[in-house]
Design a protein around this ligand. Structure first.
Ligand SMILES: Nc1ncnc2c1ncn2[C@@H]1O[C@H](COP(=O)(O)OP(=O)(O)OP(=O)(O)O)[C@@H](O)[C@H]1O
Ligand SMILES: [Mg+2]
Length: 263
């Protein structure tokens, strides 16, 4: 692991369990995420990745166990924690700049202050010129950039990403991956990055956490011992391919078992 991950843990998840009635989604989840660490979270569809992010964010209560951020138990959404949703999650009736400024307004910042802060983040994600546009006037990639800008605008200590690039075409996805990495290099935060794309998990993460089982729990934690900064060249390193193959094997084993179970 590189030096940036030696910082103290920011998110600590202990023995976390979440049930909906009779359905226990996950149980016994233990995980700590460092101050400037990216943890990629992978696992089969329905294993509880979104649910876990929502527990970390404080949007939903856990059934048992605890999440703490900077040593404080999470009981509700809190300042400094931003989430980028699986499906854009922009307000359709707000313009790009109002969407990007939303979290700042919620945090009690004056309209004037927000207007001063927002352009920096619009620029960071390359949406200059679209400040007055509404989400329906944007492409999927642009909407996702706006969602990212909204999360970054609050200058979060914790960034929770739920398949942020899942709905995008391959080129836009790759572009945004490297943009996010370069934003992270400039302002390292504690990030949990949920993805179905194995290459993306390897590229983005210091570690990959694999959820498996019903109820799910942490089946494996894979150290991604690839050099930083991660670039396009990273993708062709033999070690990259090795880790990718390993994760693929673990995930596909699970997927095949799930298909067998259905038949
Ligand atoms: N509000 C809810 N009420 C009841 N069950 C729920 C609720 N939210 C999620 N679930 C169930 O919890 C399980 C985990 O859902 P979750 O959305 O966390 O999965 P996921 O790993 O994010 O899946 P995907 O990869 O498809 O996004 C699913 O079986 C789902 O049906
Ligand atoms: Mg999900």
């Amino acid at each position: 692991m590189d030096a940036t991950t030696a910082a103290p843990d920011r998110i600590v998840i202990s023995d976390l369990c979440k049930s909906y009635g009779d359905l226990t989604v996950f149980d016994g989840i233990d995980l700590a995420v460092g101050e400037a660490e990216i943890v990629s979270l992978v696992g089969p569809s329905g294993c509880g990745k979104t649910t876990l992010l929502r527990c970390i964010d404080g949007l939903i209560p856990a059934t048992a166990g605890q999440v703490s951020i900077d040593g404080e138990p999470v009981t509700e959404p809190r300042e400094g924690v931003a989430i980028v949703f699986q499906h854009f999650g922009l307000f359709p009736w707000k313009t790009v700049q109002d969407n990007v400024g939303y979290g700042l307004r919620m945090a009690g910042m004056s309209k004037r202050e927000v207007r001063k802060r927002v352009p920096k983040f619009i620029q960071l994600v390359g949406l200059e010129g679209f400040e007055e546009s509404y989400p329906y006037q944007l492409s999927g990639g642009m909407q996702q950039r706006a969602g990212l800008a909204r999360a970054l605008a609050i200058e979060p200590r914790v960034l929770l990403m739920d398949e942020p690039f899942g709905a995008l075409d391959a080129q836009t996805r790759e572009l945004l991956q490297f943009e996010l990495l370069s934003i992270w290099q400039q302002q390292p935060t504690s990030m949990v990055f949920v993805t179905h794309a194995i290459e993306e998990a390897v590229l983005m993460g210091h570690r990959i956490v694999l959820l498996k089982g019903r109820p799910s729990s942490v089946a494996e934690v894979i150290e991604v011992d690839l050099p930083w900064p991660r670039t396009r060249e990273t993708l062709s390193l033999p070690r990259f391919q090795e880790i990718r193959e390993h994760v693929w094997g673990q995930l596909m084993g699970e997927a095949a078992a799930a298909v067998r179970e259905q038949h």
